[in-house]
Ligand binder design. Structure first.
Ligand SMILES: NC(=O)c1ccc[n+]([C@@H]2O[C@H](COP(=O)([O-])OP(=O)(O)OC[C@H]3O[C@@H](n4cnc5c(N)ncnc54)[C@H](O)[C@@H]3O)[C@@H](O)[C@H]2O)c1
Ligand SMILES: *[C@@H]1O[C@H](CO)[C@@H](O)[C@H](O)[C@H]1NC(C)=O
Ligand SMILES: *[C@@H]1O[C@H](CO)[C@@H](O)[C@H](O)[C@H]1NC(C)=O
Length: 448
């Protein structure tokens, strides 16, 4: 998936080095001029080095717009791990806490929906936050860039790179003794798994293992909180979903990779003493949300006067989701970080048992898709053109409902935003972000 590493600079360096060797071997030049020559070369090399490091990336986002999943290999972060003084400074500055006993958190997927909100919340209370994101084009990368701009305003630096990139992660842990990782980077989406199955394996399995390998070898080992998903409950019909219910019937490859993540987390906890907390998010929505999710593209299509597909089950029952507002999810993530115990291993060796947890983070009140559309119609002041169709059997489950009593018990998780209030905030953000004139009253129509 990733483009091959750019080795042209190392080749160049090697050529220079062998050139120096040749010059040395001639022994024709007097010792003093030899020294002068070496110094000149060294200076020249240093200049070339810094020039390459500080040169903007040669690849622009635009070239990749039609190319789903091209990892932009930024010269700054992914090729020259030597760092570059200004890059390292940004990495250090961003991850330094600004309160006593503040956390130092590596947030993967920081340009994503949940990652950007969590990064801001942590930074605002004084924790150090370093982002990591590959800005892939699964959905419009300009939205990820806009979220990055928000983070930049709050002094949060996002390293552009892949969680599957071992050298990059090593480098980051060499620079910063992270106390925590909030791991949110993943290939999300249920239906897209049929189009690009390997992207799920690369990010959600290989990338996660890579991250855990680095974390287990780090000294100190960080505590890790990561995003699993309610989709692990798969074809379960027992509701509400509780953490001890079975999760061995995933209905999509996405769900299967999240379930695999939970099993992998168990292994790293067991063998290496890593403190690991998996959070099963239930349909997260809100401002700066994901364009591939129904509430988002319903809003878009309804505003554009396009018809929308409203799913019912094969036996004509309503499809419903336990929609969870982003601020509630952020509180859950922060609560999980604050109650995460330290990892017990060091230098890749387990020293004692470590914490292993899994929590549902939902809203505890499922709402039908029909109701979702009705709320949006009301907020947008228009009537949706609905095609009611049977939900295809391609990964979506008919119903989700979270039991969150464990998260309540352990870190006081209590969702407070109902779907109408949350969608009101989403729509407000949507019309402002996309510069849409609100249709509040008929009288305003003429002004558009
Ligand atoms: N939003 C939801 O409803 C929901 C529900 C359940 C679980 N989750 C999980 O929560 C997490 C965050 O979801 P989100 O809604 O913010 O999704 P998102 O797609 O907006 O955010 C994920 C971010 O990770 C980045 N990324 C993906 N693969 C990467 C890689 N290999 N290396 C580096 N960066 C990479 C993407 O560019 C993106 O910015 C994900 O793990 C997702 O599976 C989300
Ligand atoms: C992730 O790493 C694995 C193992 O090194 C490799 O096979 C795979 O191609 C990598 N994927 C990406 C997206 O870089
Ligand atoms: C919710 O989960 C808790 C703890 O896991 C359990 O004791 C309780 O019975 C569950 N509630 C319901 C309604 O299933």
């Amino acid at each position: 998936m990733a483009s091959p590493p750019d080795t042209s600079k190392t080749t160049k360096l090697e050529r220079y080095n062998s050139y120096i060797r040749k010059v040395n071997s001639t022994k024709l030049i007097a010792a003093s001029s030899k020294l002068l020559f070496r110094v000149t070369l060294l200076v020249a090399l240093l200049l070339i080095f810094f020039f390459t490091i500080n040169y903007p990336p040669l690849t622009s986002e635009k070239t990749f717009n039609n190319n789903i999943h091209t990892t932009t290999h930024n010269l700054l972060s992914s090729t020259i791990y030597g760092g570059g003084a200004s890059w390292e400074k940004q990495v250090r500055h961003s991850s330094t806490p600004h309160r006593p006993n503040g956390l130092s958190v590596l947030v993967t997927g920081a340009a994503g929906f949940v990652g950007s909100h969590c990064s801001l919340a942590l930074k605002k209370r004084g924790d150090g936050v370093l982002g990591l994101d590959n800005f892939n084009s699964y959905y419009d990368p300009s939205l990820k860039r806009a979220r990055q701009d928000q983070l930049t305003k709050h002094q949060i630096f996002i390293v552009e790179g892949d969680i599957n990139d071992t050298e990059l992660l090593k480098k980051l842990f060499d620079i910063v003794p992270f106390t925590h990782i909030l791991h949110l980077a993943a290939q999300a989406g249920v239906r897209y798994a049929m189009q690009n199955p390997l992207s799920y394996v690369n990010s959600n399995v290989a990338g996660f293992v890579n991250l855990l390998e680095i974390a287990k070898a780090a000294d100190p080992q960080p505590a890790i909180v990561w995003a699993s998903s309610s989709s692990v409950y798969g074809l379960n019909t027992k509701v509400p979903f509780s953490e001890d219910h079975r999760t061995d019937q995933p209905a999509s490859l996405y769900a299967a990779t999240k379930k695999a993540g939970e099993a992998i987390a168990h292994t790293y906890n067991h063998i290496y003493g890593l403190s690991l907390t998996g959070l099963r998010f239930f349909t997260v929505y809100g401002p700066w949300g994901r364009p591939d999710m129904a509430y988002f593209f319903f809003t878009k299509d309804m505003i554009q006067g396009k018809s929308i597909n409203v799913y019912v089950t094969q036996d004509d029952r309503e499809v419903a989701r336990d929609f969870t507002y982003i601020d509630d999810i952020v509180k859950g993530c922060v609560g999980a970080l604050d109650t995460a115990e330290k990892s017990t291993g060091s230098g890749g060796k387990k020293r004692g048992p470590a914490q292993l947890r899994v929590y549902n983070l939902g809203n505890t009140s499922p709402v039908s898709v029909k109701k979702l559309v009705a709320i949006l119609e009301n907020l947008l002041n228009l009537k949706a053109k609905k095609n009611v169709i049977k939900m295809p059997r391609n990964g979506d489950v008919p119903f989700t409902h979270a039991n969150v009593s464990l998260a309540l018990r352990d870190f006081g998780y209590k969702p407070t935003t109902d779907l109408s209030s949350g969608l009101r905030k989403f729509v407000k953000w949507y019309v402002s972000y996309y510069g849409i004139q609100p249709r509040v009253k008929k009288a305003n129509e003429g002004e558009k």
